[in-house]
Write a protein that binds this ligand. Structure first.
Ligand SMILES: C[S@@+](CC[C@H](N)C(=O)[O-])C[C@H]1O[C@@H](n2cnc3c(N)ncnc32)[C@H](O)[C@@H]1O
Length: 251
């Protein structure tokens, strides 16, 4: 049983178009290059692989890639790009699902680890990553830094999109680290559609502690896939934790 929202058929069918900016070469190519550089000959495992936005171009670079994904409709979309032989995917929860083999690289991108909405599940996700790594292998997380510094006292929401077609804002519960992204989209007929997604935000330091609990050590933290330095003003991070070379290759 997972706390994650289950992405339905309608969301999956609209995903690639709605995320078009994340498929743009200037966004995607640095991510794929960064991951390919760490994977070497691979293999690599993507948690929350979605429709294969990152996995398909990474596999095209010659890295054997597998995935774990909670939503069958998202996997159905991925199957339009890559067969099960080219890109095997297990449908299940990234905190608990185990696939055969050991990997040089396990990664989870575009904030997807925060779809797990309890600290326990996030800790289990780090453990699951470590379980799948070969000794010396790396776990990479791309995650935003919670935008809580934008909160003036008393304000309940942080806007992230304000246009005539889309108003989006996040609300946060500081006690439980739960958040909700709210989206109001204006449709062509002038009506509005509301959608929301839920998440648990995590600070980089909390990630490091989760990694340590899983037996992994921080190797590198940068602000983005191009390798920009991570500073106190960074709004995202790409973090790389490594499994020790002398770790036993056991569960
Ligand atoms: C923002 S999308 C990212 C998809 C893909 N990695 C990408 O970068 O385009 C988040 C994905 O996380 C998946 N997801 C959410 N909770 C999950 C869980 N507990 N285990 C595995 N996948 C999960 C969703 O179904 C969705 O496909």
């Amino acid at each position: 049983m997972t706390s994650s929202d289950l992405w339905d058929e309608e969301t999956a069918a609209a995903y690639d178009d709605a995320s078009a900016q994340m498929f743009a070469p200037d966004v995607l190519d640095p991510a794929v290059s960064f991951l390919a550089g760490l994977a070497g000959d691979g293999p690599a495992l993507e948690f929350a692989i979605g429709t294969g936005r990152v996995a398909v171009p990474l596999a095209a670079r010659g890295v054997p890639v597998s995935g774990i994904e909670l939503s069958q409709p998202m996997v159905d979309q991925l199957r339009r790009r890559a067969s099960a032989r080219e890109l095997p995917v297990a449908v299940g929860d990234m905190a608990t699902t185990v696939v055969p083999g050991r990997f040089a690289l396990v990664y989870v991108v575009w904030n997807s680890i925060s779809n797990l909405r309890t600290q326990d599940e996030q800790v289990e996700c780090f453990r699951n990553a470590a379980r799948h790594l070969s000794p010396g292998g790396r776990f990479v997380v791309e995650l935003w830094v919670p935008g809580i510094r934008r909160f003036p006292p008393g304000q309940a929401a942080v806007p992230f999109a304000v246009s005539d077609r889309h108003v989006g804002f996040d609300t946060f519960d500081m006690v439980t680290q739960q958040g909700t992204s709210h989206h109001y989209r204006r449709l062509d007929d002038g009506s509005a559609r509301y959608a929301a997604s839920n998440f648990r935000y995590i600070w980089p330091a909390e990630c490091d502690l989760m990694a340590r609990l899983a037996g992994l050590a921080l190797e590198r933290r940068v602000a983005d896939w191009s390798g920009a330095p991570f500073t106190s003003d960074s709004e995202s991070h790409v973090s790389v934790w490594r499994k020790p070379l002398d770790a036993s290759d056991q569960d």
